[in-house]
Design a protein around this ligand. Structure first.
Ligand code: ABU
Length: 588
């Protein structure tokens, strides 16, 4: 291998040797493997020397080089190549480890430990440049102390998985390092966005004459767009006059919990956690509508909006002199994975002339599956749709779209015509300068990775991926049903890949639910999760919701997950739960 010694400033054997020995003793990505190799060839000095020389030649330059030796430095091409090759090795090791079941999902450290610094990994920023070897160690350690969200046993978040093509797309995107606001700086990406948005609109069920949209940063911002557009649609003067002349607007969204059903683990926190989707409240707060003007509509036991309750709430709001403008129907709630009945809600919206938004951030992926898309029946009647391919479709974060049925509305609502970006006398079709549709200015390219993944999988590939995740969720559901140490939050089959359950320690099984036992039950999931994170072999989230004390929510969006991983999760919870039981017995 050719090493750019001149550009690295290395010119004496002594420097090379000391550098390499120091390097081997510190924290390279390779030294232990080499040390083992050396020991295993104790009697073969020639090979040892050869190996050491290879090692020195490959690794030591980084000790004596800084970023100033890389491009755009004169003759920096070779050293840039070497640096990237080493970085790619680090990334590939990480990618491989992410899929290995015996590797950890996480190597947990408390914030103070990371802040204090670990084995040469320091968060503090230096005044003097550090050498490339330190930067490579920093890259490796950043991954080491992070979470492997692509690991098949990571069940903690709606977004998970490590799609290799998506990752390639993200690398390319960062390499291109451009901005999505104008065609002149993103010609290819702007057209890819148009193609993707059209495809997604077609899948939603909108005809060619309908449909607009934009990729934006996450589901909450997509939902913010929907409220912003609804308000503008009904009161366009808001853009210039603000809220001063507007009546009291009202928005509606599902409460996301049933407040009527009382479960065995029903508890003390009845009023604390009646949650509407927080992004609708947040939008109301941000837009000056006011979070108190979001009406949370009652749901059934599964967390699905009850249409009759919606209509009743709309009529009540009107009677109070409020002006309803917007209904959010959720397709795949965050915790229960519930689907609001969109078709019936659409009828109500039509009767009252309200903007119907479907928050399919989580459930949108099911549109890709012939088997599951009927769960979003009626979505074609929505006026806007939020859909996050970074969730169920496994695109790397972030990748979130807001789809809008009425063409031109995004532009009308947000356009301010900054002349330094959106000159009208450009020599190309300036309708492709999409930046003025958005509420941001600079916009990250979120489309290329999804476009590339779509090319690689096709609609069918995405469909199979979704089907597999839901099959695994059903497998988990059936396993839990059979076990005496677990209890499901719902006894019916999951609609999405969310499976909600409690682990019941032996000391609490078949016990009367006195306040003390409920208190202990509340602490079971957090205690198990704490131990699970210390062990680092799997990861799952928990939360209380409405009248339910802390329960686990398993979500499966990673196509790498197999049934053996689901089994592992249950066994790990049960194994840790045994110790929890002992602690509970002591405190009882
Ligand atoms: N709505 C954001 C997703 C949160 C989660 O992954 O649980």
């Amino acid at each position: 291998q050719q090493i750019p010694w001149s550009s690295c400033g290395v010119n004496t054997t002594t420097q090379i040797c000391w550098g390499s020995i120091a390097f081997m003793c510190s924290h390279s990505t390779q030294p232990f493997g080499d040390a083992i190799w050396i020991l295993s060839f104790q009697n073969n000095w020639q090979k040892i020397i050869q190996k050491l020389m290879q090692f020195f030649l490959i690794m030591s330059p980084y000790l004596f080089c800084s970023s100033l030796d890389l491009l755009p430095a004169l003759s920096g091409e070779e050293s840039t190549k070497c640096f990237f090759q080493e970085l790619v090795n680090i990334l590939l090791n990480y990618v491989s480890a992410s899929f290995r079941r015996n590797s950890k999902v996480l190597d947990f450290h408390h914030p103070h430990q990371l802040k204090e610094g670990l084995e040469g990994f320091r968060l503090e920023l230096p005044d003097q440049p550090e050498n490339l070897e330190q930067l490579l160690v920093d890259c490796r350690d950043t991954l080491k102390y992070g979470i492997k969200t692509g690991h098949p046993r990571f069940f903690n978040q709606l977004s998970s998985g490590l799609d290799v093509i998506g990752l390639a797309g993200e690398w390319l995107t960062s390499t291109a390092n451009t901005n999505m606001f104008t065609y002149e700086v993103s010609p290819v990406f702007i057209l890819m966005e148009e193609v993707l948005l059209r495809k997604m609109q077609e899948i939603v069920g909108w005809s060619e004459e309908m449909g607009d949209g934009i990729f934006c940063p996450g589901g909450t911002i997509s939902n913010l767009y929907s409220v912003h557009l609804a308000r503008y649609y009904f009161f366009p003067e808001v853009k210039t006059k603000g809220m001063t002349d507007l009546p009291r607007l009202t928005l509606f969204t599902s409460a996301h919990v049933s407040i009527s059903s009382i479960h065995i683990w029903s508890c003390i926190i009845l009023s604390r956690n009646i949650l509407s989707h927080y992004s609708v409240k947040k939008s109301a707060a941000v837009l000056g509508i006011g979070s108190e003007n979001v009406v949370v509509v009652k749901c059934d036991d599964r967390g699905r909006m009850i249409p009759a309750e919606l209509e009743y709430s709309i009529i009540t709001a009107k009677d109070k002199g409020c002006v309803p403008i917007y209904v959010n129907a959720t397709a795949g709630t965050t915790v229960y994975g519930a689907f609001d009945p969109i078709r019936v809600i659409a009828d109500i919206c039509e009767r009252h002339r309200l903007w119907l938004h479907v928050d399919a951030a989580w459930g949108g992926g099911l549109l890709m599956s012939k088997r599951h898309r009927m769960k979003l029946e009626g979505i074609e009647r929505a006026w806007s749709v939020t859909w996050n391919p970074h969730k169920m479709m496994g695109a790397p974060l972030q990748c979130s779209a807001i789809l809008v049925k009425k063409k031109g509305l995004l532009q009308e609502c947000n356009q301010l015509c900054a002349e330094y970006l959106f000159q009208t006398d450009k020599h190309y079709d300036t309708s492709y300068d999409t930046g003025d549709k958005t509420i941001q200015c600079g916009r990250h390219v979120d489309v290329f990775k999804l476009w590339l993944m779509w090319k690689a999988k096709g609609l069918e590939g995405f469909g199979s991926q979704v089907n597999k995740c839901l099959e695994n969720a059903e497998y988990l559901f059936n396993k839990i049903k059979q076990r005496p140490d677990f209890e499901l939050v719902f006894n019916s089959k999951p609609e999405h890949s969310n499976v909600c359950f409690w682990y019941i320690p032996p000391s609490l099984r078949n016990m009367p639910m006195c306040t003390n036992n409920k208190h202990h039950m509340t602490s079971v999931a957090p205690k198990i999760k704490a131990q699970m994170m210390e062990n680092g072999m799997t990861m799952i989230g928990y939360q209380p919701l409405g009248d339910k004390v802390n329960f686990f929510r398993c979500v499966i969006s990673n196509p790498a997950t197999q049934t053996e991983d689901v089994d592992f999760l249950l066994e790990e919870i049960a194994r840790i739960g045994q110790d929890i039981k002992l602690q509970l017995t002591e405190t009882n």
